[in-house]
Each structure stands twice: as C-alpha cells, then as structure tokens.
Design a protein around this ligand. Structure first.
Ligand SMILES: C[S@@+](CC[C@H](N)C(=O)[O-])C[C@H]1O[C@@H](n2cnc3c(N)ncnc32)[C@H](O)[C@@H]1O
Length: 169
C-alpha cells in the first residue's frame, strides 16, 4: 500500500485509523513521510496518540480526533498527497470523506476485500467528487487506487452522517 507514497508525495492521511492500521506500520516503513491519523472516536484517538508517542513518531505523525466530514473543511483540505482507508466505510462514503483532503492528482488508496471487487466502485459517482478510478492490485493485498483529477468541489463533504445516509453511488 505504501508504495503509493513513492508515486505521489510524502504527506499521507489514514482515514478512520482505529488502532492505527494502516497508518502506523506505513509511517514506520516510510521514514520520510508525514502522517495524519484521523479518527472520530475520542477513545481511539487517545489510544492512537499513546501509540504514536510509544513508537517515537511524535515529530511526523499527528492524530486528528475529528469526524472526517468536519476535518475535510479545515486546514487539511486539499493538502494531502495520499489518503489510505482500510475498513472505513462503503466505497461512496470513503470517497466522499477522503476527497476533500486530497490535492489535485493525489491518490486515495483503499484496502479491498480479498481478491478485489472493482464493481464496488462507480466512475460516474466518483466524477461528482473530481475523482476517477485508477489501477488496482490483487496481490499481495487487494488495493484500489482512485485519483483526485480535479479539486474536490466545495459542496463536499456534506454534513456529518449525510454521506452514508445518501451515498453518491
Ligand atoms: C472498522 S474501524 C477500522 C480501523 C482501521 N482502519 C483498521 O483497519 O483496523 C473504522 C474506524 O473509522 C472511524 N470512523 C468511521 N466513520 C468515521 C468518520 N466519518 N470520521 C472519522 N472517523 C470515522 C471509526 O471510529 C473507526 O475507528
């Protein structure tokens, strides 16, 4: 998954990081990278902060304890080279929550079910967000890449909860 960082740049965000996957191992494996581990659960964010300190990553890994729909309208908007998501939400929600963070030509990297399921994604739905489907890997881990072709339109993300109540595709 982390090879995406070689392709696009060193600033990454782990969307719905939970216990730190995949952000913490990727931050350890790619020493030249800067990370934001975002999670809307305060309890999980506290655990993440403790893990970051225990691993000696304080200088380049920041925990963001906020809902993605809110943080996507903050100072991280359009600043990130690659957003990583593993078990975050269904594809439309993942795309809408990730897109606001990505700079133009940035990459969304999504861990997929074993074997990959490209028909989970809808190119016309992604186009509303300025995104398009990129390449996918099946081995060693199934991963779908999505490219932020143009900046995320101002109207996204919608209010907290709306991306999952009224998914774009
Ligand atoms: C199923 S866990 C996956 C955690 C980790 N990525 C993994 O693979 O083990 C999903 C995480 O996303 C967080 N989450 C879900 N929706 C969110 C949102 N809209 N904004 C921020 N965090 C969210 C949850 O709090 C939870 O920690």
């Amino acid at each position: 998954m982390g090879a995406a960082l070689d392709a696009v740049g060193p600033v990454a965000l782990d969307l719905g990081s939970g216990g730190g996957l995949p952000g913490l191992p990727l931050a350890l494996a790619w020493p030249g990278t800067r990370w934001f581990l975002l999670d809307g659960s305060i309890r999980r964010a506290e655990f993440l902060s403790q893990s970051v300190t225990a691993l000696g990553l304080d200088g380049r890994v920041t925990v963001v304890a906020e809902r993605a729909e809110l943080a996507g309208r903050g100072e991280l908007r359009s600043t990130v080279d690659a957003v990583f998501a593993r078990s975050f939400a269904r594809p439309a929600v993942t795309a809408e929550c990730a897109s606001p963070f990505l700079r133009q030509q940035g990459l969304l990297v999504v861990a997929e079910p074993p074997g990959g399921q490209p028909d989970r994604w809808d190119d016309r739905g992604l186009a509303h967000l300025g995104m398009r489907l990129g390449s996918r890997l099946v081995e060693p881990t199934a991963v779908q890449l999505i490219v932020q072709v143009t900046p995320c339109p101002e109207r996204f993300p919608r209010r907290v909860g709306v991306p999952s109540k009224r998914p774009l595709f």
